[in-house]
Design a protein around this ligand. Sequence first.
Ligand code: GRG
Length: 320
Amino acid sequence: MRLTLWIDCFISNIMRKSCSFSIFETILQQHSKTVEEFLGAILSASTRNGEITRPARLLAAVRYGVFNGGKRLRPFLLMESAALFNTKSKPAVAVAAALECVHCYSLIHDDLPAMDDDGLRRGKPTVHRAFDEAMAILAGDALLTLAFDILSDEANGLSAEIRSTLVLSLARASGIGGMVGGQALDIAAEKKKLDEREIIMLQLMKTGALLRFACEAGAILANASIDDCARLAEFGKAIGFAFQLTDDLLDVREDTAILGKTAGKDVIAGKATLVALHGVEWISQQLDGLIAEANEILQPYGRKADVLRQAALFISHRRN
Ligand code: GRG
């Protein structure tokens, strides 16, 4: 192992035990507030040009599924990736809000009886429990559609070319060969034991694709070079994998009250996860390697990328 990687692993091990994420947490909260304000305005009862009316119960279900205490990690990653390239914040907020719409839709649909059948999300009753199944399906559909509305709207201040690149990238990340495809593989995995390669593929798609998009999109909207876009995509891929490994760990380690969603579901469903396959210690080592990799990818950006470095650490130490 290269010396720098070894040092990174060593530091991340120490930080794992004693780390405080104060700068990261402050900026996470600031970005979260900005994105929630944007979403609050766009999810008001007022119609937008071309709409007819917004049914009150549907709007209430959508708002319930969005404003229920999410960490807003994807918007944060997107806005901080964009900030590396000194871009204006207005377009980044809009694109971040669009991404959060897709994320919230995925959680609402994931909780449905036909999918994970979960009653708890972010510590509160899931949308289909608080409203009903039909409303939860429609709320998810409305959010997915709204995401592409926001991305393609010239009001976000981006050029037509960048808007269409973002629309295409988000469609690819969230659709049949991305998040939705990953969910399909996950459902199939209840009946078929997966090997390591198949589990990694599933995770890259189901959870990794949106996290990767978050980082790459920051560079795309800032009109960064092809190399920078590729670098941020690689960073997103590394932390996306770390995010999922931590999620698997949390499922076996934490209880429902801390997670805000039902704990132990993977074990109960007999799902093949990398924790089940290799054990907790192996996961810890992988996480250290991924943090080191993420740090190395960010090297060209120097201290400017410190907040993203902290984010990588947070992702692999989070408790919910
Ligand atoms: C139903 C189309 C469809 C897709 C579902 C992403 C997904 C695919 C399902 C989510 C299931 C799940 C809990 C996956 C683990 C990783 C994950 C996405 C956790 C939730 O993300 P956080 O922790 O959530 O960023 P918050 O609540 O903070 O927004």
